[in-house]
Design a protein around this ligand. Sequence first.
Ligand SMILES: Nc1ncnc2c1ncn2[C@@H]1O[C@H](COP(=O)(O)OP(=O)(O)OP(=O)(O)O)[C@@H](O)[C@H]1O
Ligand SMILES: N[C@@H](CCO)C(=O)O
Length: 321
Amino acid sequence: MAVYTHLGAEDLADLIAHYDVGTLVSAKGIAEGVSNSNWLIETDRGRFILTMYERRIDLDDLPFFLGLLDHLSAASCPVPRTIHDRDGQASRILDGKAVALIEFLPGVSVERPTPSQARAVGAALAQVHLASRDFPLERTDPLDPSFNWHTLERCGEQALASIDPELPGTIDLARRIAENWPADLDRAIIHADLFPDNVLMLGNRVSGMIDFYFACSGAMAYDLAVTHAAWSFDPRGADYRPRVGAALIEGYESVRPLTSRERQGMSLLAQGACLRFTASRAEDWLDTPSDALVTRKDPMDFARRWQFYAEAGDAPFAARD
Ligand SMILES: Nc1ncnc2c1ncn2[C@@H]1O[C@H](COP(=O)(O)OP(=O)(O)OP(=O)(O)O)[C@@H](O)[C@H]1O
Ligand SMILES: N[C@@H](CCO)C(=O)O
C-alpha cells in the first residue's frame, strides 16, 4: 500500500497543467513503496511518476534529493530526471504536501538476481559514485553506525527479545562496530539503500536506479557493502550466494577499483550495513501494529547476514586475479 492521500481527477489534471508534459490521460496509484504516495501518470506525451512526500522525508532535503537525480541523469547514470514545472521548479506544494514529477523509466525489479544482473548493478553503483563527486550539495547520513547502535539501545533488550531472542545481542555488536568504524575512506554521494526493489532492470541491463531518499554523503565502500548485503542472499539472509556477491564486486571494480584500505574494511562495513537494517527494521517492527496495512520487515533477515559476514571475514571481498 503506498497511496496515503486521495487525489481526484481534477486535482491531478490541475497539477499536471503546471508542467509542459501534455494533458492527463490516466493516473494509477502504485502499490509498491512504503514511505511516499506514488502514481503512474500517463499524458498524451508519455509516462511519468508523481511522488507525494508523506513522511520520513525532511522537506529541506528535497533540493538535495531532486538535484541529485538531475545531476546523475545528466551524467548518463540510469537515474530518472525530474520534470520541472513551468516556473522551473522541481517540486510543488499540493494540499500542504510537496510533490514532484519524475521521469518514468522502464524495467522491473528482480527478486532473484543472477550474477550477470549483480555485475551490472555493481557497475552502475560505481558510475553513480564517480558522477556524484562534483555534485555541489552535501547531506549528513542520519543513519550512521552510532545512530544504529542508539536505535537498538532505545528499542530496549526486552522489546527486541519479543521479536527474536537473538536480537538483544545486536546492541553490543552495533556498539563495537560504531567504535571501530573505519575513518577517512574515500567519499562521494552514496545511495545507501540500493536493494533489488530500488533497481529497475531490462534483462541484464540496469534501466533505472530509484528511491534516492536515503542518499547522503558517505564512504563509497560502505554503499558497496550495503548493496552486497542486499543482493547476495536469499531474502531471509540464510543463504549467501557467492557467485552473485563476487559478480557485484567485480562489476563495481570494472568501473572503480577498490583501494586496499577499502578492501580491508569491507567485512566490517558489511557488518555495519547489516546492523543498519536490523536497527531500522526492529524500530519499525515495534512501532507498527501487527494488523497494520504495511507489511513489517523482519530484522532477523539482516541479523543472519551479519552472522555470515562476521564468520566469513575477508573471503567474500578478496581480490580476484
Ligand atoms: N522513475 C520511475 N520509473 C518507473 N517506476 C518507478 C519510478 N519511480 C518509482 N517507480 C515505481 O514506484 C514504486 C515505488 O517507488 P519508491 O520505491 O521510490 O517508493 P517509496 O514509497 O519512496 O519507497 P520505499 O518505501 O521503498 O522507500 C517502485 O517500486 C516502482 O515500481
Ligand atoms: N530497504 C530497507 C528499507 C529502507 O530503509 C529494508 O529493506 O529494510
